[in-house]
Design a protein around this ligand. Structure first.
Ligand SMILES: [Zn+2]
Ligand SMILES: [Zn+2]
Length: 401
């Protein structure tokens, strides 16, 4: 037997050795020690997969507790990931306050849908990924059998919330844990130079890219106004500029976030406490209005502001979730042939684009990761995120540190 074996051969040998254990694909230090096999140019340290792991369990409304639970096992078409980074998202805040449809019951549910880590075990039939591969994920798998899923629109699965449906961290367990199982269709390989913290944010970028796709793609030469400098608004500003927008306006109320937006993409920031955003955008466009307005604040008066500042035939993209019904002037929309679009989620194609853009450095998500916490301090992490303590934008939990 040759002393050096390539990684594929090592994995297939190890997987064959493990067949029949019901736990295909686990590579432990024990196996490596027994075989004494090296692979690749250097001997990689294989991590042992423990029987139990630490995970944040939702025990009741807004009640997250870190507990020791069994480590999940990957089935066919699944991989086990060791979670390096899992970001707090406002969707987590919403589903922790009030369960989403199909959410697993209190006492068993692990939230977290924005995460990145390393593949540590392969389920049966999986040859798309390798042990040790660095990956990021998307939450939505869908049901893979309804009309929307079958044509690729699985973030709008018609069986959402039923037992057929799966979205990690929403209707199945997610990444606020040391390990998590993902279907391979929700896993994306990331380049070695992309950090796990920024990789955990790729669904945010994917959602923004899905939005740009939905409104028609091209913004080169356009005036784009973004309302709400939260994570999606900040990323939207950077993407609009990278895609060639002539002017990017970023509208908000918090100076620290507007400063972050000015540093990462916006040409002109508008603090609502100091200036009238509609007036500024109209002045900047010779009274015509913006070509595209992206509403990412969720504020109830923001859609109306968007309608007022978009030009005739202009487009409005809704990314922010309003918490109550909103009143808008549809007469103005109709009379001036304005269009309103809404997107939810991202989809495989946009995750692929997101990985490419952060891999090439054309989009930089690092500035938006402002805080990190170990899993034991997850409640402090959420408090920091919700209350925006210390200028928090995205707060990342590190389950294995
Ligand atoms: Zn999210
Ligand atoms: Zn479906």
């Amino acid at each position: 037997m040759k002393a050096v074996m390539d990684q594929n051969a090592f994995q297939s040998a190890a997987r064959m050795a493990l067949r029949g254990t019901g736990w295909n694909g686990i590579l432990s230090e024990g196996h490596q020690a027994q075989s004494g096999v090296k692979f690749g140019k250097e001997k990689r340290k294989m991590s042992t997969i423990p029987e139990t792991m630490k995970a944040a369990i939702l025990m009741g409304p807004n009640q997250l507790e870190v507990k020791e639970v069994p480590t999940p096992k990957p089935g066919p078409m699944e991989v086990l990931l060791k979670v390096a980074s899992c970001a707090c998202c406002s969707t987590d805040v919403a589903l922790m306050a009030k369960p989403f449809p199909g959410q697993p019951p209190y006492g068993s549910f692990i939230p977290g849908h924005e995460y990145a880590g390393e593949v540590v075990a392969l389920g049966d039939t999986v040859d798309e990924f390798k042990i040790g591969q660095r990956v990021a994920v998307e939450a939505h798998l869908g049901c893979m059998r309804c009309r929307n899923c079958r044509v690729g629109n699985y973030t709008a699965c018609l069986n959402y919330g039923t037992p057929k449906h799966r979205a990690n961290g929403m209707t199945s367990n997610g990444g606020f844990a040391q390990y998590v199982v993902n279907n391979i269709n929700t896993v994306h390989a990331i380049p070695d130079h992309v950090g796990f913290n920024e990789a955990a944010l790729i669904t945010n970028l994917g959602c923004v890219l899905y939005g740009f796709q939905t409104v028609g793609g091209y913004v080169a030469g356009d005036h784009v106004a973004v309302i709400g400098p939260g994570p999606l608004g900040l990323i939207s500003s950077q993407v609009a500029r990278a895609f060639g927008a002539e002017m990017v306006y970023l509208i908000g109320t918090r100076a620290s976030r507007l400063t972050k937006g000015a540093e990462t993409g916006a040409h002109r920031v508008i603090n609502i406490h100091e200036e009238d955003p509609v007036k500024v955008v109209l002045e900047g466009t010779n009274g015509v209005g913006a070509d595209l307005v992206i509403e990412s604040s969720g504020a109830s008066d923001a859609p109306m502001m968007a309608i007022k500042m978009v030009k005739p035939m202009g487009k409005i993209l809704l990314l922010g979730f309003p918490h109550e019904p909103v009143l808008v002037d549809l007469e103005d929309v109709l009379m001036k042939n304005k269009s309103i679009y809404a997107v939810r989620g991202e989809g495989w194609a946009n995750l692929r684009r997101a990985v490419s853009l952060i891999g090439s450095g054309k989009i930089d998500l690092k500035p938006y990761v402002t805080h990190t916490f170990p899993l034991d301090e997850i409640n402090t992490a959420f408090k920091t995120f919700i209350e925006r303590i210390g200028g928090a934008v995205k707060v990342v939990v590190k389950p294995n540190e």
